[in-house]
Write a protein that binds this ligand. Structure first.
Ligand SMILES: Cc1cc2nc3c(=O)[nH]c(=O)nc-3n(C[C@H](O)[C@H](O)[C@H](O)COP(=O)(O)OP(=O)(O)OC[C@H]3O[C@@H](n4cnc5c(N)ncnc54)[C@H](O)[C@@H]3O)c2cc1C
Length: 339
């Protein structure tokens, strides 16, 4: 089924809670519906935006083109061996509903990625990650169609150029393909990854490690740490943690011996938490009009209620310039700016 709307409000379709509209908004529930839409003459002279849960987007203004939203559902085990199952998932499935399904069915691999907003189709786009796990760790392949001619494609893990919050879908294939289904491999006999942040402690509070307890521990940690988009619109981490040369770290360490960092496994680079840099630069809790840096989590920019997308962007730009000036580090955005 295709649902078609014109001058459609997007406020409830993204997590910054901005008062923006789409000129056209189409929702499709099968690949055939999607192919029908791709044949619509509207697409020859209108821009197109793929929208999942809108939890990684910042709209600067109304979207004057066509917003396409997948409602392709379904979670199905399509292969199994002694130790693992391969699961086919529709792009329109809510990410956390998939995590809940995996935990309920006793399949491990997704539990550390609990409570990340958004839809399954967007998970490979920025290779979502949390608490020591990235989507690439379970990813087998994605299927979808090319936007310009509707031809189908299938792409396996090795071809996806997965990196830290990065993939081929954010680069070479950006605005070229629509992911319709994702295949993931989960463990029947999961090993728990508890040595990240306070995960082990939070699990111990709940009892023995189990899929259910790990998921609950992650939900508890996240709900304490991150602002609820229903209260203050936000898109989670606004910036990526910068990966810099060891000499940049040394310069910062001379001034701040306590700077936290993580050594990258394969080279001389280190990752510094962007939230630490932003906090040290004095931005935590600061606001600009109705846009603000969250008072408990400096990596998250929030809409205090009536912010415009541009206000949030201006705040982000000021932070970027200040971090460059104070630490000689260029911050890169995790959030996709639209407009
Ligand atoms: C409170 C909060 C916490 C968060 N925590 C985390 C976290 O811990 N880790 C993390 O990695 N992220 C986190 N995020 C960011 C966000 O949840 C993820 O990036 C998520 O995968 C976005 O999914 P979405 O469906 O909302 O994508 P959208 O925001 O709708 O879209 C994101 C990008 O994917 C593209 N896209 C969407 N669907 C498709 C498709 N079917 N085919 C091709 N391209 C598509 C869009 O065009 C856009 O470029 C958080 C966000 C919030 C609000």
């Amino acid at each position: 089924m295709i649902k078609r709307f014109e001058n459609y409000p997007l406020k409830n379709h993204h997590t910054f809670g901005l008062n923006v509209y789409a000129k056209f908004y189409y929702e499709y529930s099968t690949t055939n519906d999607l192919l029908e839409i791709l044949g619509d003459p509207l697409l020859t002279n209108h821009a197109c935006l793929l929208l999942g849960g809108g939890s990684n987007l910042l709209f600067l203004e109304d979207f004057k083109g066509l917003v396409l939203h997948s409602a392709i559902l379904g979670i199905e085990v399509v292969e199994a061996d002694e130790k693992t199952v391969v699961v086919k998932v529709g792009a329109g499935v809510d990410w956390d509903a998939l995590v809940e399904w995996s935990v309920t069915n006793g399949f491990g691999g997704l539990e550390n990625l609990s409570w990340i907003p958004g839809d399954v189709g967007a998970a490979p786009v920025q290779n979502i990650g949390a608490y020591g796990v990235e989507f690439k760790d379970v990813f087998v392949k994605a299927e979808g169609v090319y936007m310009h001619n509707g031809q189908s494609f299938s792409i396996e893990k090795d071809a996806c150029a997965f990196g830290y919050r990065d993939s081929i879908f954010k680069n070479e294939l950006k605005n070229k393909v629509i992911i319709t289904r994702v295949y993931i491999r989960l463990d029947k006999d999961p090993e728990f990854l508890l040595d990240y942040g306070h995960v082990r402690k939070a699990v111990e509070k709940l009892g023995a490690p189990s899929l259910k307890n790990v998921r609950q521990a992650i939900v508890d940690i996240r709900s304490e740490k991150l602002p609820d988009p229903k209260v203050f619109g936000n898109a989670g981490s606004f910036f990526k943690n910068p990966v810099v040369d060891a000499s940049v770290l040394a310069a910062i360490r001379a001034r701040y011996p306590d700077v936290p960092f993580y050594e990258m496994a394969d080279n001389q680079m280190v990752k510094i938490p962007a939230g630490w840099l932003i906090e040290k630069a004095g931005w935590k809790g600061q606001s600009l009009g109705q846009a603000a840096v969250h008072q408990h989590q400096a990596l998250v920019l929030i809409n205090m209620g009536q912010a415009s997308g541009r206000e949030i962007l201006v705040l982000a730009e000021k932070i970027e310039a200040d971090i460059k000036h104070k630490f000689n580090i260029v911050l890169h955005r995790e959030v996709n700016v639209v407009g």
